[in-house]
Design a protein around this ligand. Sequence first.
Ligand SMILES: Cc1ncc(C[n+]2csc(CCOP(=O)(O)OP(=O)(O)O)c2C)c(N)n1
Length: 667
Amino acid sequence: MEFLRRDLNPEQLVDLYRRLLWPRMIEEKMLVLLRQGRISKWFSGIGQEAIAVGATMALQPDEWIMPLHRNLGVFTTRDMPLSRLFKQWQGAQDGYSKGRERSFHFGAREHHICGMISHLGPQLAIADGVALAHKLRKEDKVSLAFTGDGGTSEGDFHEALNTAAVWDLPVIFIIENNGYGLSTPVSEQYRCAQLADRARGYGMESVVIDGNNILEVYDTLRGVREYCIREQKPYLVECMTFRMRGHEEAYGTKYVPKELFEQWAEKDPIANYERWLQQEGLLTAAAIEEIRNDYKTKIESELRIGFDSAPIVVDTELELKDVYAAHPQPLPKGGKGEGPGVSGEERPGVRFIDALKEGLQLSMERHANLVLMGQDIAGYGGAFKITEGFVERFGKGRVRNTPLCESAIVGAALGLSLEGFKSMMEMQFADFVTVGFNQIINNLAKIHYRWGQNADVVIRMPTGGGVGAGPFHSQSNEAWFVHTPGLKVVYPATPEDAKGLLIAAFNDPNPVLYFEHKALYRSVSGPVPEGYYETPIGKARVAREGEDLTVITYGSGVHWALEYAEANPGISLHILDLRTLLPLDYEAIRAAVIKTGKVLLLHEDTLVGGIAGELSAWIAEHCFEHLDGPVLRCASLDTPVPFNLELEKNFLAKARLGSYVEKLMAY
Ligand SMILES: Cc1ncc(C[n+]2csc(CCOP(=O)(O)OP(=O)(O)O)c2C)c(N)n1
């Protein structure tokens, strides 16, 4: 192994040695503790330390790193106290995640480390978002994301690299090619000669380096960092290395040929560097001994603190509270907030789509740090023309066309949030959220609970049927998200709420799924106050006062119920518009049940697993004594949404609303 000193002075060369040795000695101790059953499992980075350490050393301490499961060297090089890391691995209250996360699946803002979720690939696009923040602020900074060779087979790898290339983002992507993904050798993972070759396909520069040579890693990464900042472009670095232990200890290494271990032991990053330092007269055997002894003592003392954690105190209230970031006080309704265009006067007859557009525009004016992203939303104005004219007004930086890659854009939105930006992503159709699902459910929704980082993201979801658009442009999928703690789900039915809830969604620091029914865009008009106001998230509204029967509904269901009431003056319907589906307004639901004692739950979503099931259970549990009949659910058929208008009409819950009302009235 050839080491090139370049411009590094003796202190720097020895410092690199210390940084490299520290995670190795920690892990060697951890292996002993694991055998003694004193710590829980982790994924070993033994043999790969030069990559994590060299790359982290090449960055500024305030540049974000997205490490993976074998990157202890990132955490130690960012000077995380070992005692607290031990607490983290023990699941202690005073670790980095209050006992909620394992090994390296956590982040820490003070160290600019954004920890992984188990799914590996989603890490990469977060770095895109951070780099976009730097680019928009014209800062000379990069972000850096790690992946293993296995992770490069995920779609997230492709999406993140392609987006970084298309948007000219200063991101460094590092592949740690360690020969195996669990038991799968690279020959069963990819067919290119080197993974770095893929960069060409993205229009990106790349390099393959010896990942076991600390000076090569450090020097390359310093140069790559300068390149990314100077050229405002991403760069792919493939580091060749080897996994010297099992995937994790319990998996063993039987599937790896013994000769490979022998070959790679010769290339050990620490032994080789240590030897070179001695040959160069930069370290003596005695000095090495001293460093090692110091580290041993330090490990023991840090361990004592680490194992000295108080037993965890289970506090259900705190567990529930930490799922969401604290919300600043909502603005008063009716335009009483300060800001441009505030008068609070109501205008009759504003279309749903125009109200929504107004809310978006006012939010862009209010929040200079709000970035909009979506397919075709810039010059074209979006599939539904909601952002028409925005790019002229707010510029291409803040109104961004995206490549066709929902997962990367949700990931980038999270990255923007790490840097204090707000963002909106427009799903072209709510149906396409399936390909961004993982990022929403596992990254956005869980990050605040896991390590206190909020995801200040609004995802707009043009949803619903009734427009003859078939199974993949008509679905109601709000129930998927209502089942996910950490998200908020809003679903306006009126123009006034479309505007107010959108403004509220942007003011909320949590991830909000904003459902907007496509069929309401141009068919529904109503009074809308001028200026900037919020419709509070989590508050339902009575859409119609009535005496005979309560309909609890949202979205298009509100209009179906109002239409029915209008056409059937003999039955006095009380209609509750939920407006927010997560969190639900239980007080308003209870009041609506008490009002008539007869409850019909109505939604456009299909029946099984729909929100009506949840509401029905809650009403049965909490309002049983107020009921004069069974709680009925009127929902769409349990089929995909059909294309033919007659079939779709029959599919939709509206077709059966009358018969359900009559059935319930008969009690
Ligand atoms: C989406 C997903 N599929 C499968 C797994 C299980 N899994 C965890 S790590 C791993 C291997 C990863 O290999 P690689 O990316 O090469 O990283 P390495 O572990 O070698 O560092 C697998 C299959 C997972 N965590 N996530």
